[in-house]
Ligand binder design. Sequence first.
Ligand SMILES: Nc1ncnc2c1ncn2[C@@H]1O[C@H](COP(=O)(O)OS(=O)(=O)O)[C@@H](OP(=O)(O)O)[C@H]1O
Ligand SMILES: Nc1ncnc2c1ncn2[C@@H]1O[C@H](COP(=O)(O)OP(=O)(O)O)[C@@H](O)[C@H]1O
Length: 613
Amino acid sequence: MTGLLRFITCGSVDDGKSSLLGRMLHDAGMIPDDQMAALSRDSEASSAVGHGKLDFSLLTDGLDAERQQGITIDVAYRYFHTAARHFMVADCPGHEQYTRNMATGASTADLAVVLVDARKGILPQTRRHSYICALLGVRQVILAVNKMDLVAFSAERYDAIVDEYRALAATLGITSVHCLPVVATDGDNVGSPSSRMPWYPGPTLLQHLETAQVSTPAGDAFRMPVQWVNRSHGHVRGYAGTVASGALSVGDTVAVQPGATTARVTSILVAGKAAAIAQAGEAVALTIDQDVDITRGDVLTAAATPCEVSSHFACHIVWMGDEPLLPHRTYLLKLGTKTVNARVSTIKHKVDVNSQAPLAATRLELNEVAYCNVEADEPLAFEPFETNRALGGFILIDRATYATVGCGMIQFGLRRSDNVHWQQVDVDKQLRSTAKGQRPLCIWLTGLSGSGKSTIANLVERRLANAGFHTYLLDGDNVRHGLNSDLGFTSEARVENIRRLAEVSHLMTDAGLIVLVCAISPFSNERRFARERFADGEFLEVFVDASLAACEARDPKGLYKKARAGDIANFTGIDSPYERPEHAEVRLVTDDVGPAALADALYDVVVTRIHPD
Ligand SMILES: Nc1ncnc2c1ncn2[C@@H]1O[C@H](COP(=O)(O)OS(=O)(=O)O)[C@@H](OP(=O)(O)O)[C@H]1O
Ligand SMILES: Nc1ncnc2c1ncn2[C@@H]1O[C@H](COP(=O)(O)OP(=O)(O)O)[C@@H](O)[C@H]1O
């Protein structure tokens, strides 16, 4: 028996997808007698097929019913087999809003069965599904032209559809296309040849599936992301992982990437038994001849043909999050077994999934696809997705919920990251802060407009200055007149606003200063980004907490009035969210207490942090 074939079915119920799936399961002999009897009974009651015929779509109906009830099923995986092969089929809904499910199903598929209705031919949906399959690395397609009985088994109609599809496939980089005419409901060319279309002498759908090559792009060079380092009594006993591509023999030299270390393999265990060689797809444990620092997430590669290493990538992203992707927001990026913080630095364009036309975008919504630049906080060993799915494909994870919110396919590494180095300087932060007689600190005040951030920060800075400390007050309003004058108040603009404030205030603490930042900073993700710029103890988050009602009553700049009148859009607290801090070191409730008392309280906290030892 040849190996498992993973495939995905593309098309909608209207195209006959459930009938084709049901028919395939039936012709593969997977439907037990009692289920056949039930099918026969149910088919009599169904008006979808003619009298005396079986309605194979009923076999997969349970799933559709659940979908109609709104139960979220991402992808239904079905297992079946014939005498020649085992199969795993990913069945995903075909509507546009389910791009994320299709992408999930396609991401592990070796092949796609694309179904079209012979009467309708190639539709935008066919293009969309084929594009997503190609994007996710599926290079083989079986085009099943269904409902041939409704076009009088016309070979001309079939040929025209096939020609159009082959032209489409060529533009998408789908290298192998097999086509066949079928009648899913009657089984023509599904499990057995059709006597009604003698002009098609080729193999049936099941025969195609039985003989298809498994051709997941993986390359020939040895690559193994390290999953687990087996330590016992401080001793490393082996490095475990699944071989992503290539093979490895005892005695081979491997490189540990990212990095320049190499080592010789002294033993290989496959499924717990000593082996001379490890192959792609096998879960193995290795030992090497040196005591080198290897951790989970590193990639062991053939020393003669190592991976590329970069922290900046050009890639396609399919967005699966309910919340939009915002450039510069930090997500977790998982590539192989390594997880790092990363951001989309630029959305170059999004892609219309129906026409593949590029469109301008500042954010990505659920089910949208875009070509982007991504920057990770650490270098990663990778290969282009085109040549290696395992080391060129990544997922993006929300840092708060740990939900998978996107998947990415690396096209190439951006050299920029290798060419920019840290410049060492002699006068460092320590020297600068010692000269000022203080420990640097970033005091980050967050809260609604009018909550009292600027008023309180101003009072605290005055006391600090009077006491001889060196300070600077970075007020969101003021910075928006200069450095951030290009930014408005959309979510994506606020993310970038906070990123710049965080970087600038970090530079100021590097200069040895005590910086007070006043910014609404409404999103917890970006406040966390700011915090992570600073060394332990050098960031003090202050939640200036006032009720919306109090802020609105104060309305020092008349902005709430304008926002309520509809003259200002995206106003925080009105039609733009404020995520209340959960981990602020200080919370100042300003509704009923005057600013002077609160400033004194904050000053007392601040001085304990900034006095030199
Ligand atoms: N739509 C909208 N929403 C919120 N705020 C608005 C808006 N338009 C103008 N302003 C004025 O801009 C100030 C907020 O800027 P920030 O840089 O602090 O905002 S943010 O952190 O990027 O959310 C804020 O200043 P403060 O009142 O000091 O908070 C407002 O004066
Ligand atoms: N406890 C308080 N703390 C700070 N400001 C207060 C307080 N009570 C009333 N206010 C008034 O509220 C307004 C806050 O404005 P501001 O400091 O500019 O807020 P923000 O910088 O958060 O937008 C000021 O007019 C201030 O006098």
